[in-house]
Design a protein around this ligand. Structure first.
Ligand SMILES: [Fe+2]
Length: 399
């Protein structure tokens, strides 16, 4: 059941909860972005679309791309190859060519914050990301897009700025960029830079998709909550992004407050389509800059990566120390009292130690406060999964 149509226009980051609403307004959507987690994690698949009926209807109706959230490409540890192979199978089975993930890390040493953490904008990070990207690409069998994320903190005094960091990533690999305009807005406000200048510095010819979403303003900072209509200033960034880039599609992300559907989601979709078709022709140009389809050359064997390589030792220590601060309150208090204690478990050169010290401690603490809730949600899901599977088993075996 291949998805043959070229992704072009405006659509939604698909959630099965609003399948029927989407179908009711199908004439006003051009494209859909499926979250692979909805089909690769047993819990989500069982509770939302167990026989993939919705997915198959979606693919028969729209051009579809896929979006992942679990890769943690920046983590200085091996890839979860099972996740990558499952993603590959999913893309192949449903004939979806375009895939995207996030340019960030959120998992290391068995802990997963489920919130994205920025990579330090340094050459050592680029060296590691290049290897991780190529290793993932070999398993996925295609180039894929990386998305700029909203981040609460980033090390102070990095040698590159974020736009140069992303540009260098596109120079070293064949990745494309999924530009999240709301994340640009959030970061520009939270970290004090000009969003338009940032967008214009990016390699426009490598940007093939845009995200937009509405967020929450809490204690002076914008959070990427996907919970509201798109903020007014984000629309200016969409104009700027369409002017500067090759973006062929825009996806609205919304994770809560779906209804009333027409007043909320459809209002943003209509606005996005108005803007998109002011900047783009009604039909896609034949040589649209979408991710190329996989070729035989993409079937290279998985390239080995070594997380213990001394060349990435600083980045590894940095990430492990950050994760420990988020997940271990005693460690956080100890290193707050004497920052040199960090070097005992996580050796770093003096410049990397000062980058670690330069992370905004108040914002890091926000993530730490959320950590017990993150664990609880995961445990609740596991308990829920047992109940869902039991019900499915009982339904199959009832007489
Ligand atoms: Fe996004």
């Amino acid at each position: 059941m291949p998805a043959t149509r070229q992704p072009y226009g405006v659509g939604l980051a698909y959630r099965p909860e609003v399948h029927h609403d989407i179908m009711q307004f199908r004439q006003e959507f051009d494209v859909m972005e499926v979250a692979t987690v909805d089909y690769l994690e047993r819990y989500w698949r069982l509770v939302q679309d167990p026989d993939t009926r919705y997915l198959r209807e979606l693919i028969a109706t729209f051009a579809v791309v896929a979006h992942g959230i679990n890769m943690s490409i920046g983590s200085v540890e091996p890839h979860d190859d099972a996740y990558l192979h499952a993603t590959r199978r999913f893309l192949d089975e449903y004939g979806i060519d375009e895939f995207s993930e996030h340019l960030a890390f959120h998992r290391i040493d068995g802990c997963d914050t489920r919130s994205f953490i920025a990579m330090p904008f340094e050459a050592e990070s680029l060296n590691w990301l290049e290897r991780k990207y190529n290793a993932a690409r070999a398993i996925l069998g295609r180039p894929f897009a990386l998305e700029n994320v909203s981040y609460l903190f980033v090390p102070a005094g990095c040698s590159l700025d974020e736009a140069d960091f992303i540009t260098e990533m596109t120079r070293r690999t064949d990745c494309s960029i999924l530009l999240d305009a709301t994340n640009v807005f959030n970061n520009a406000h939270n970290h004090g830079y000009d969003p338009i200048t940032y967008i214009r510095k990016l390699p426009g010819d490598r940007i093939n998709q845009l995200h937009i979403a509405g967020g929450k303003f809490v204690n002076g900072i914008w959070l990427d909550s996907h919970s509201a209509t798109v903020m007014e200033p984000v629309w200016d960034l969409v104009h700027a992004a369409l002017d500067h880039t090759n973006a062929q599609s825009i996806f609205l992300e919304r994770d809560t407050g779906y209804h009333p559907f027409e007043q909320g989601i459809m209002s943003d979709i209509r606005k996005a389509r108005d803007i998109f078709f002011k900047h783009r022709p009604a039909t896609p140009p034949t040589a649209a800059a979408t991710t190329p389809a996989p070729t035989a050359a993409d079937e290279a064997p998985s390239r080995a990566i070594n997380a213990l390589d001394p060349a990435v030792a600083n980045l590894r220590s940095f990430q492990r120390a950050i994760m420990r601060q988020i997940t271990d309150v005693n460690f956080r208090q100890q290193v707050a009292a004497d920052s040199n204690l960090v070097l005992k478990d996580y050796p770093m050169t003096p410049d990397w130690k000062s980058r670690w010290e330069g992370c905004n401690q108040d914002r890091l603490k926000r993530m730490a406060i959320k950590w017990p809730e993150t664990i609880k949600v995961q445990k609740d899901l596991e308990e829920d999964l047992k109940r869902v599977e039991w019900r499915a088993w009982a339904a199959q075996n009832s007489w």
